[in-house]
Design a protein around this ligand. Structure first.
Ligand SMILES: [Zn+2]
Length: 136
């Protein structure tokens, strides 16, 4: 299972999504499918059923070369902080993972916006203009 699409992700995590699409139009960048799937699995295993009922996935997308995973949750501050930490780990992983193919990658830019691509995907004609950024 690659979890390339939102519906695959929703089917795999019924307690988290409850059959509802994210409130805001979303995409599941295929190279990050495993990261998003593992995050959803972690949320489902670490929260109990009552807590999961109080969570709504708001939006999943790429922004500035990193995963954004937005949700609303009516939980205690302690549980919200725990959730935030889980999501932060996934978002950090995405910054080092090609959002096209899932291989190790780094941030790149085309001059207008940031994206995360591996060298092989950067070499593809469509993305030939992207250059890796150096953040040292
Ligand atoms: Zn790639």
């Amino acid at each position: 299972m690659e979890y390339r699409t939102l519906s695959q992700l929703m089917d795999a995590h019924p307690k988290l999504f409850k059959g509802k699409l994210p409130r805001v139009p979303s995409e599941n960048p295929c190279g990050w499918g495993k990261i998003v799937h593992e995050l959803c699995a972690q949320m489902e295993s670490e929260l109990d059923d009552a807590e999961l009922r109080k969570i709504r996935i708001e939006q999943i997308k790429e922004k500035f070369g990193a995963l954004r995973f937005y949700y609303s949750a009516r939980l205690s501050k302690e549980r919200l902080l725990h959730l935030r930490a889980l999501v932060a780990v996934a978002e950090e992983r995405s910054k080092q993972t090609c959002h096209a193919c899932g291989q190790p990658a780094e941030l790149a830019t085309n001059g207008d916006w940031l994206s995360t691509y591996c060298q092989a995907c950067l070499a593809q004609p469509m993305n030939a203009r992207y250059q890796p950024l150096d953040f040292e």
